[in-house]
Ligand binder design. Structure first.
Ligand SMILES: NC(=O)C1=CN([C@@H]2O[C@H](COP(=O)(O)OP(=O)(O)OC[C@H]3O[C@@H](n4cnc5c(N)ncnc54)[C@H](OP(=O)(O)O)[C@@H]3O)[C@@H](O)[C@H]2O)C=CC1
Ligand SMILES: O=C(CO)COP(=O)(O)O
Length: 333
């Protein structure tokens, strides 16, 4: 199959490599021509996947119209802030009806939409799916076993995409609960910032486990309020991805939290990283959704106050685990 992956960051490049090794004709779009040249000539992407060799047959282009015209399946791996604009730019050159798969984990800032909702708005008529789960790019590049979920309402489409992605030690499950899968993927990044803060402050594993567990309660409550199913949040797209992101040294969201916990400013951390940490932006939308649904979501709200500079990470820690009165465990908050 001819597959185009938009975005040559760590995840887009990894997914394009997996698909190439699965014998698909993959073309990756990089907005930076130098990045496309590097992939074509050296089979590397040193900025995002240092030390890895990409498959020789993976081709790259900086020409968005060429990338769009190539696709029998479109995979979108640009950050959520660039998602809508990128789809608008490919629309004129896209073949009709081809499925579009989002790799991006976050919510659109002003509309509060999930990425498959953005696909449906910008590209009506194209089946929209999300690929999500505990999938740290560098581990998948290294060929380590992993499980992932392809979420779309139409199970025929889901099964077809599952077949396209399945390779080696990558186990691909299907799920019809797109809301649960996308909300889990978006919100776990916010909880990873909170866990990172705890780590940066030097607190213990009990504390981190407490934040992860109550974080799971928050993302489950929000997803269910939005129409998702609780079992989804207990699975790969919820608990699985939450645990991977909260404990992994590879996670950029956890890293942002850790550095905040050490007292650094957000601007400094983001400038030094040069990679996306989606939780930093998604937390704004998450708080608005919590308000709309009348949910307490104390971890999300506290991280929002840290990100906006209203409180320090140290103060947030006190607020999360000491001042906030605990209720019944089955209740949100
Ligand atoms: N990395 C991972 O392990 C995983 C990431 N994801 C999700 O995938 C999405 C992409 O993440 P990831 O690949 O890691 O991000 P990276 O930070 O590694 O790379 C971002 C990529 O997007 C490009 N980009 C940035 N802004 C724009 C823009 N305005 N227009 C077009 N392209 C742009 C960058 O180009 P340039 O280099 O020119 O700036 C770069 O190629 C995120 O939503 C993330 O949550 C999901 C699962 C795993
Ligand atoms: O989504 C991810 C793993 O599933 C990657 O997390 P980070 O964006 O925090 O690196």
């Amino acid at each position: 199959m001819r597959i185009t992956v938009l975005g040559a960051g760590s995840w887009g490049t990894t997914v394009a490599s997996v698909l190439t090794r699965r014998d698909h004709e993959s073309l990756i779009w990089a907005r930076d021509p130098a990045a496309a040249d590097e992939i074509n000539a050296k089979h590397t992407n040193e900025r995002y996947l240092q030390g890895f060799t990409l498959p020789e047959r993976l081709r790259a282009t900086a020409d968005l119209a060429e990338a769009a015209g190539h696709a029998e399946l479109l995979v979108v791996g640009v950050p959520t802030g660039a998602f809508r604009e990128t789809l608008e730019r490919v629309r004129p050159d896209l073949h009709p009806w081809i499925p579009v798969v989002s790799l991006s984990k976050g919510l659109e800032r002003d509309s509060l939409l999930r990425m498959t909702e953005v696909i449906k708005e910008v590209l009506p008529g194209h089946p929209a799916a999300a690929l999500t789960g505990p999938n740290l790019a560098k581990e998948i590049m290294a060929g380590m076993a992993a499980a992932t979920v392809i979420a779309t309402e139409d199970l025929t489409v889901a099964t077809e995409i599952q077949r396209v992605f399945r390779r080696g030690l990558l186990r691909v499950y299907t799920n019809h609960d797109v809301i649960g899968c996308e909300v889990g993927g978006a919100l776990k990044n916010v909880v990873a910032i909170a866990t990172g803060i705890a780590q940066g402050l030097g607190v213990g594993d009990n504390t981190r486990a407490g934040v992860i567990s109550r974080g799971l309660a928050e993302l489950t409550t929000l997803a269910v309020a939005m129409g998702g199913e609780p079992t989804t949040l207990a699975g790969l797209a919820g608990m699985g991805d939450l645990v991977a992101t909260c404990i992994s040294p590879h996670s950029r969201n956890r890293y942002v939290g850790e550095q905040l916990g050490r007292g650094r400013s957000l601007d400094d951390i983001l400038a030094e990283m040069g990679q996306v940490a989606e939780g930093v932006k998604t937390v704004h939308a998450a708080v608005q959704l919590a308000d709309q649904h009348g949910l307490p979501m104390p971890i999300t709200r506290t991280i929002h106050r840290v990100i906006t500079g209203d409180i320090t990470a140290e103060y947030a820690y006190d607020g999360l685990l000491r001042s906030h009165p605990a209720g019944h465990e089955s209740e949100p908050g």
